[in-house]
Design a protein around this ligand. Structure first.
Ligand SMILES: [Zn+2]
Length: 354
């Protein structure tokens, strides 16, 4: 059974079709670790790598084949098509445009190529979408990315994010960029609490005033757990929960970078304790996943039922960087009827905006 879903955390350069990587690599002479799409999918499946740094190495190949406008447009279009085919009704896809300028494209041309691919995919599938631009936290050009995002606001770019290795690069290192997007009225989500510890998470929440948290799973380190449930919260965890700051949880991705088993992930505990949990794919290629696979994972290993899945979908819709009329249409026409037919009892009120 495929239920409609909302994905807020999905990387453009982490969701390519293996066959597309092979074709694009051949066109530009990039050498891949495998030339057969199935073998390449196995290589990209970074299961049990146990390290965020190792996981990020896989992006060398996808980024190398996305250096032309045609390639970027194709990858964006296919991402929308593949997400829609999996039941996703609204997706925010993110990427770092400055990684795709090696063959001479301007950052603006990179963004335009991605927007045109997203629009083409949406025209074909009817899926609603938004684009988020990432600055890489280890680089020094975040203000340029922030300005780029603001230039394309209103044309499909809805937010700004920091990606890349979290440890050693706290988000407030990029406060000028963050303030620039905030003052321009663009939305902000920040990768934090994935591998940078509680200090990085606190910086994203309190100094940077992020609207959503990319991953945020390390909030569990500020919680006391007894017999598989959260029994008390430290001050940071309490603040994140009580302000209902959305956590863009990516279960498969965390299992791979942290070496956890599916039952070890704290997503179920966080959801039951009242955190604003959403479920996401992060990188469909590297984590060999999809939204329906993420749903299945939490059903089988975290005790989620159809009402829990409706709740996380509703949380994601409320937290989406899109107009409230889009939220209401998706909720009333698509999401709620589908979950009701699947036996859900919850979800009465209409979205009121985020
Ligand atoms: Zn991510």
């Amino acid at each position: 059974m495929q239920l409609p879903s909302v994905v807020l955390h999905e990387h453009l350069d982490g969701g390519l079709r293996p066959a597309t990587v092979v074709e694009l690599a051949a066109a530009v002479g990039h050498v891949l670790p495998a030339d057969d799409p199935d073998d390449l999918a196995d290589w990209f499946d970074q299961g049990r790598s146990g390290s965020l740094e190792r996981y990020l190495e896989a992006f060398v190949h996808t980024v190398s084949v996305m250096q032309t406008a045609e390639a970027i447009t194709r990858v964006a279009r296919e991402a929308v098509e593949d997400l829609a085919a999996d039941g996703v009704v609204y997706a925010e896809i993110r990427f770092a445009p400055h990684l795709l300028t090696r063959r001479g494209l301007s950052p603006d041309a990179v963004v335009e190529a991605a927007l045109s691919g997203m629009a083409a995919g949406a025209a074909k599938t009817g899926m609603d979408w938004g684009l988020i631009l990432d600055a890489m936290r280890q680089d020094d050009d975040s203000l340029d990315v922030a300005r780029l995002a603001v230039r394309h606001a209103g044309h499909g770019v809805v937010g700004f994010d920091l990606a890349g290795p979290e440890a050693g690069f706290p988000p407030d290192r990029h406060l000028a960029a963050i303030r620039h997007v905030q003052e321009a009225g663009l939305h902000l989500t920040l990768h934090a609490g994935e591998a940078g510890g509680l200090a990085s998470l606190a910086s994203a929440v309190h100094r940077c005033r992020t609207e959503r948290i990319g991953h945020g799973v390390e909030v569990i380190d500020d919680c006391t757990v007894r017999d598989g449930e959260i029994v008390s919260l430290g001050p940071l965890a309490a603040d994140i929960r009580d302000r209902r700051l959305p956590l863009e949880i990516c279960v498969s991705s965390n299992l791979h970078t942290k070496g956890w088993l599916p039952g070890d992930h704290p997503v179920g505990m966080l959801h039951r304790a009242g955190f604003a949990v959403t479920l996401n794919t992060d990188n469909r290629l590297m984590s060999r996943t999809s939204m329906s696979a993420e749903f299945e994972l939490v059903r089988r290993h975290q005790g989620f039922d159809v009402d829990d899945l409706l709740a996380v979908t509703r949380t994601a819709l409320d937290a989406a960087f899109c107009p409230v009329d889009v939220k209401r249409r998706l909720w009333e026409d698509v999401i709620l009827p589908a979950y009701r037919s699947a036996g859900a009892r919850g979800g009465v009120s209409a979205p009121a905006g985020s």
